[in-house]
Design a binder for this molecule. Structure first.
Ligand code: TRP
Ligand code: ZN
Length: 862
């Protein structure tokens, strides 16, 4: 049963039907031309269900010919419309030959086969293969691929596809002809083709069983020196997966191509990953520490998909979290081993608390395994990916690392070469451990953010500690009824005598009490240590205990979290009481002074301990977000800190060494702490401008430069503008660095931002056709500039709406992602609600609006 939603097809998870035909083998031949690429597809097919026609998916294709077992089909034997090709009365086993034509040049959606600059490139996940050829474009149809690519030899030195290269030659007409074979049956979404001229970096990896794998990285010509870090990261990822999960690579070659036009971060196509160049290219002068970190983690992510995603894939797209949640979890564990584990976890927690909690509170709320979808591309979300990873992490917490690894091994072995479901995954975990995971399974079907209210009661006379936990998941836009979940709650008990106990509480009921006997001293309780579950914690721990935890907990994440809680409360207090409460207590200033004067061994953690929660984190705690007040209070707090701690801030800044750049934990921690100091110094230091200018001029790396530019946004606008102008001048030829410039301009909290954004849109490197450019400017504006995006006159909303309308015709997938900040209109006061709604209504009126944008806007307005 499918449902029409205003003429749009809604698909439901419950409606899954196995495919009516299978495709054992497909031979594809591409004759590449900008506007008339010809694709010949020869498929070996077998009927699985009697009495049904064959319905192949296909869009934006011109059918040139179709033949059954070599004979052209008569016109009445098939039927074509805008979405499919139906073939009637077929035998049980047959060969179908289909020739189609398409125009990569006019493909601005960057889905299917597209031409960007001089490079042909494909993107097939989720449903892009249907823009290449008529096919059963669904993840449970696995076929063996043979691919031939033909293109002018001079212009296209590299013609790449999945698997192993079988042959290569130049024909008499000057065309290069290359043949590929991928021995592993795969779904169409993992198909890839790239044709172009590149700089090629080569390396080698020897697997734990001694097989040689050649590693090949393709980047734009002239950027060869920026590829080495990614290549080294790939080897670290290959080694890590062998060590941690005993998983080895399976082909003789692993190729990674970096392209500048790309809708997302990267894509795990079998043996031929395609990456957004932003997540490959790096050198110290142009990439920040954060860029290096992201490159390593995304290189890892795509590599880890080879097992969790490719060898075992998804039965249908509702199961997306089966591969994405699991693979994000794997990349997080990898990053935690390569970089600072505490910082990795803090970053993950921040993302859940801001974007994911917001998504669950929005009209787009969905479980990590969605129930209904109009446009699949809209479900590559923080919920499916990052909450999905949290669910996997909870499973590991509940089962223990060893059993979790055994369960994963069984799952991969049992389903190797298959398309599986989330239930298959849980079943393997259950079979290995003997634990009943029925209740845990609710995390897959239930959306929303559980609220966990905790309290503690210590009775000295009986030496007992009672911990009381209550869980409630409020109704969400998609689901009104909620059941109690299995929530692993890690706690730490900090005793006055400096001893520490750690426990894992498994909460299963709506309300539950845990009693500890023989507790002879009253401890401070650290709740939800290491963010052991993606829930909102509500507790009554007093301010002094929070500061105590921030100082003494063993878990760095818990220490950081205590500070975040402390500040959130202070902010809430200021909001509800008089403004005189904005005076910060001495205790917190003392503690911050202590960290500044004795930053300890873990400078990165110290930097985080000294950082106030950002606007989004604070906003998440309010039903109705008090925009101006939050911005004002945050600013007041920062000002006070900068005045009262002026001297230790300056001293801390001054002793941090400027050393020649190298990307490593210790050095990036120094830079992180320096950036935090700078972010306060700008509020009060008499010579803030000099400090900034000096750092800007002497920095040998992008991290220290960006820290200056970001901090200077708080100063009067001319200083920021001068620095940005200089920066833009220096980097006017480097698109990836210009993205940083676009983002800085767009996140500038001053009202000049509107004119500045307009100017930037005229920059020679800006293009509405390039997702990186558009995101740099518009996501930065709508997600990192609350003051101007949420302007009371609605100018910010208008800017975003107009951009979305423009973009929808070019690239609907990217346009739909830009809609997100408007979806939460119900969270603002009536005047802003009205303005946001009318922006959405304006978008809803687009003629020929895409499914992508339609689905989100209509869910939000209904
Ligand atoms: N599967 C990819 C990943 O997680 C992401 C992805 C999904 C994607 N759809 C895409 C990438 C479209 C680019 C374009 O790594
Ligand atoms: Zn992924």
């Amino acid at each position: 049963m499918t449902e029409q939603h205003n003429n749009r097809l809604v698909k439901f998870r419950q409606d899954y039907q196995p495919p009516a035909f299978s495709i054992s083998c497909v031979k594809l031949c591409f004759e590449l031309e900008p506007n008339t690429t010809t694709v010949t597809s020869v498929m070996q097919m077998t009927r699985q269900h009697a009495d049904v026609p064959l319905i192949l998916d296909g869009q934006h294709l011109t059918l040139l010919s179709i033949a059954l077992n070599g004979d052209p089909l008569l016109a009445d034997a098939y039927q074509v419309d805008a979405h499919c090709l139906t073939v009637f009365s077929l035998p049980d086993q047959f060969e179908l030959t289909i020739v189609t034509q398409l125009s990569p040049q006019s493909n601005t959606a960057l889905e299917g086969l597209y031409l960007a600059g001089d490079t042909y490139c494909t993107q097939c996940e989720a449903e892009g293969f249907r823009r290449i050829s008529y096919f059963l474009d669904r993840p449970d149809v696995l076929a063996e691929y043979y691919v031939t690519i033909i293109a002018p030899a001079q212009r296209y030195p590299f013609l790449l596809s999945n698997g192993n290269k079988l042959s290569e030659h130049v024909d008499s007409a000057g065309n290069r002809v290359v043949q590929w074979h991928d021995p592993f049956p795969k779904p169409s979404y993992l198909f890839a083709l790239v044709a172009g001229d590149f700089a090629k970096l080569s390396d080698q990896y020897i697997t734990q069983s001694g097989r040689e794998v050649s590693l090949e990285l393709f980047v734009e010509k002239g950027a060869a020196n920026k590829g080495d870090f990614a290549l080294q990261a790939l080897k670290r990822a290959m080694n890590w997966d062998e060590q941690r999960f005993n998983l080895e690579y399976d082909l003789d070659v692993y190729m990674v191509v970096a392209v500048d036009f790309f809708n997302m971060g990267a894509m795990e196509n079998k043996g031929l990953n395609v990456f957004n160049s932003k997540y490959v290219l790096a050198d110290p002068s142009s990439a920040t520490d954060r860029d290096y970190f992201n490159i390593e983690s995304i290189i890892g992510h795509e590599y880890f998909h080879n097992w969790t995603g490719n060898r075992v894939t998804c039965r249908d797209w509702f199961q997306l979290s089966l591969k994405e949640g699991l693979t994000v979890f794997r990349d997080q564990e990898f990053s935690a081993d390569m970089a600072s584990a505490t910082l990795c976890r803090i970053d993950a927690v921040k993302l859940i608390r801001t974007a994911q909690f917001a998504e669950d509170a929005s009209p787009m709320s969905h479980p990590i395994r969605p129930e209904q979808v109009i446009e699949m591309n809209n479900f590559y979300t923080v919920t499916v990916y990052d909450k999905g990873a949290e669910v996997i992490r909870m499973l590991q917490t509940c089962l223990g690392k060893t059993d979790f690894a055994r369960g994963l091994a069984l799952y991969l072995q049992r389903h190797d070469g298959q398309a599986a479901t989330c239930d298959d995954f849980l079943q393997a975990m259950q079979d290995v451990t003997g634990q009943n995971l029925t209740q845990f399974g609710l995390w897959y079907s239930q959306s929303g953010t559980p609220e966990l209210t905790v309290s503690q009661h210590y009775d000295a006379s009986s030496a007992t500690l009672r911990l009381n936990l209550v869980q409630i998941t409020p109704a969400t836009a998609d689901q009104s009824e909620k059941q109690p979940l299995l929530i692993p709650v890690k706690i730490e008990l900090l005793f006055p005598n400096a001893t520490v106990q750690q426990h894992l509480l498994l909460l299963t009921d709506a309300e539950q009490q845990f009693v500890f006997d023989n507790v002879t001293q009253q401890p401070v309780v650290v709740w939800l240590e290491h963010f052991s579950a993606p829930v909102k914690l509500i507790n009554n721990v007093d301010d002094d205990s929070l500061l105590f935890i921030a100082r003494h907990a063993t878990d760095g994440v818990a220490r950081w979290d205590a500070m975040q809680q402390f500040w959130s409360r202070k902010v809430a207090h200021c909001l509800s009481a008089s403004q005189s409460d904005a005076v910060l207590p001495d205790a917190v200033l003392q503690l911050m002074r202590h960290w500044l004067t004795q930053p300890g061994d873990d400078l990165a953690l110290t930097a985080e301990l000294l950082t106030l929660p950002d606007f989004d984190t604070l906003a998440e705690q309010y039903q109705q977000i008090p925009v101006n007040q939050l911005i004002d209070i945050l600013r007041q707090f920062k000002q006070q800190i900068s005045v009262k701690l002026a001297q230790p801030l300056r001293q801390c800044y001054d002793v941090l060494p400027f050393q020649p750049y190298s990307y490593n934990q210790q050095a990036s921690a120094v830079r992180r702490l320096r950036a935090v100091c700078l972010s306060y110094l700008v509020f009060s230091s008499v010579d803030a401008t000099n400090v900034l200018t000096s750092q800007y001029q002497h920095a040998d790396n992008m991290t220290d430069v960006i820290a200056v530019l970001t901090a200077s946004q708080q100063l009067d606008s001319d200083i920021f503008q001068n620095l940005v102008n200089d920066f833009a001048d220096r980097w006017q030829h480097d698109a990836l660095v210009m993205d940083k410039c676009f983002a800085l301009v767009a996140s500038n909290p001053h009202p000049q931002v509107f004119a500045a954004i307009e100017t930037m849109q005229q920059h020679p490197l800006f293009s509405w056709n390039n997702p990186n450019r558009v995101r740099a400017l518009l996501s930065a504006f709508s997600q990192r500039n609350p003051a101007q995006f949420h302007r009371a006159d609605g100018k910010g909303y208008q800017l975003l709406a107009n951009s979305i309308i423009k973009l929808d015709a070019i690239n609907a997938q990217v346009a739909a992602r830009l809609v997100t900040p408007l979806l939460s209109w119900r969270r603002f006061e009536p005047k802003r609600q009205q303005l946001m709604r009318s922006a959405l209504q304006q978008i809803a009126k687009i003629k020929g609006i895409s499914n992508d944008v339609y689905e989100k806007v209509s869910r939000s307005l209904n």
